[in-house]
Write a protein that binds this ligand. Sequence first.
Ligand code: OOG
Ligand code: NI
Length: 284
Amino acid sequence: NNKQASQEPDKLLQGLCMHTNVDTLFAHLWENFLEVTPSAARIHKLLGDSQQSDVINDHIALRTFNLEKVGLDKLAQHFLAIGYQQCGEYHFESKKLYARHYEHPDPNQPKVFISELLVDQCSPALQEVVNELVAQVPEEAVTADNFLYSGTHWQVDSATYEQLLAESEYAAWMAAWGYRANHFTVNVNTLANFTTLESVNQSLKEAGFALNTSGGEIKGSPEVLLEQSSTLADKAPVRFRDGEKTIPACFYEFARRYPKADGALYTGFVAASADKIFESTDAS
Ligand code: OOG
Ligand code: NI
């Protein structure tokens, strides 16, 4: 009993520290995301100004290559270490991507969607470029606290960017932007002055924001328990080896979830919808 009593404060402290760590990580990711996605700050204000409380995040997404040094598991480790658990997995055959999502035991913490490019299924030319980029990442950078918002650890020239772009938009985006939240997603269920995703989209369009229309403005439906929409990525300057170029950076997403048969909100993702959300960073 004594022993048990003396463990309680430890457990409590651990729980508190975890929350501090989760909040700190997302604060860094958000700050880093806003550097290249100024429209997200304006949209956050637009949605948040219409209610008293803050805007709640449904999830964030991160991207990587499936190479040993920097694969999905290496990114996931940063979340597992602060209490997240592995949940669903998703396959995107034509884009040559694999993804998993992670959830925190506290349902108010954002979910995390991590994808990786299946480099071994790409052309020898792409494999050569990506291997060379990843070779420049110091081993210790991957486990450092700031890895998930550390950007690129390599130098790339604009011709190489264009070469990647011709084969995989995803590979080109990764080469240009590296490790950072690719998007944040507003939890529409908790917005006080918006009920439907249609009304969110309408307000965004009236304010002049461009939405991703691939697969329709709204991806998913009440039947699949998830509706999503997103802005088209902001364009931001990247410093390539041979000079600066302005290209698609990151975007903002909006998600409305529906209850399952047991009454609890669906917490997974929908592969067919995710496939279109990826295209929010396309150059066209
Ligand atoms: C992830 C796209 C998928 C979702 O909510 O379905 C996604 C990405 O663009 O990296 O975020
Ligand atoms: Ni998303």
